[in-house]
Design a protein around this ligand. Sequence first.
Ligand SMILES: Cc1ncc(COP(=O)(O)O)c(C=O)c1O
Length: 403
Amino acid sequence: MPQISRRTAELGTENAFVVLAEVNELVRRGKDVISFCIGQPDFATPVNVQDAAVKAIRAGRHGYTPSAGIDELRAAAARYMGTMRGLDIRPEHVVVGAGAKPFIGYAILATTDYGAGDEVIYPNPGFPIYESQIRACGAMPVPLHLREARDFAFDPAELEARLSPRTKLLILNSPHNPTGGMLSRRDLEDIVAILRRHPDVWVYADEIYSRLCYAGEFASIASAPGMYERTIVSDGTSKTWAMTGWRIGFTANAALAPIFTRWITNTESCASQISQWAAVAAIEGPQADAEAMRASFLERRDLIVRLLNEVPGVSCRTPGGAFYAWPNVTEACRMIGAADSEEFRKRLLAEAGVAVLADIHFGARVPDEGQHIRFSYAASKQAIEAGVARIADFVRRNTRAAA
Ligand SMILES: Cc1ncc(COP(=O)(O)O)c(C=O)c1O
């Protein structure tokens, strides 16, 4: 039997998809499950965006586009990202891809060499694709721990301690998946001061949740003087306009734009032309739907945080952005006799019919930070109320049983 490569053996995954398959199987067998697993808006894409896609189809816009994207979308994305960050982003420095996700791999490929000991610092817990791609690209993953006491930002001193002559890339993600944490302007100033002492380190600013900020204004590291040149700004349409399945993301960086373009030529050729025209409409059209979705997420955030804090043994910080809650369930695990958050998650699914993800799905558990689970609260208010009521009931029932 021919062998499968070591690189492939190292490739990780996004466990949300694995748990989702588990949930779907249970549902197929007739179990009633309330799911908080999947990180995508539960709204339809705005109608003006749908109309733009239909128009593109009817106008015969069916072919390949340049690998970097159609001029109209590069210009719209440049204006959009530039305005939000106070930057003059040129359209030729923007590259459009099939979602923001592929750029994570392209950025690592463009800044590190395979097997050379090049290091990439990334947030832990964090979007699992960071670590997976760092390993698959043959670089060394260096996790940077997020701290509950800092509302899930990291301590800049810990960043400083992890930077070395081998560091090639720092990945930042704000607002953050899975904690909902945000880097404040003060945090960013501290990070910039440290990075000025390390001029050879690139920054990947994963800002896919840039429009879903509740605890203050969105702030990007790229806005600080001298930082845009070394920062890959990454944003997209998935979360802001409920377009996860349309697959449109974009990055901005002058030096790396031609390199990302070449990677795209080597892989998907270009993002779907139809989706690109839809994305132009999303960015340039009325923003009422995007604003209404954000307002709805904010209401649901307040609801789920309040309800989770009423569950015995659970404490939940108020997340600053995105649509995730990351409650601490250390005490609840102890109360019901679960060894850890993963056992808690599995029992919650099997015994209470509530699907969540566990902290270990987002990297190795941070020492001394306890046990956490992740909720995507892009779910209806009824689902949030019923789901958290099931969890409270589950903890109470099992506490009595454990006692
Ligand atoms: C932090 C983070 N970055 C990137 C992505 C990928 O987004 P896209 O749908 O644009 O590929 C996600 C999606 O869940 C995410 O949570």
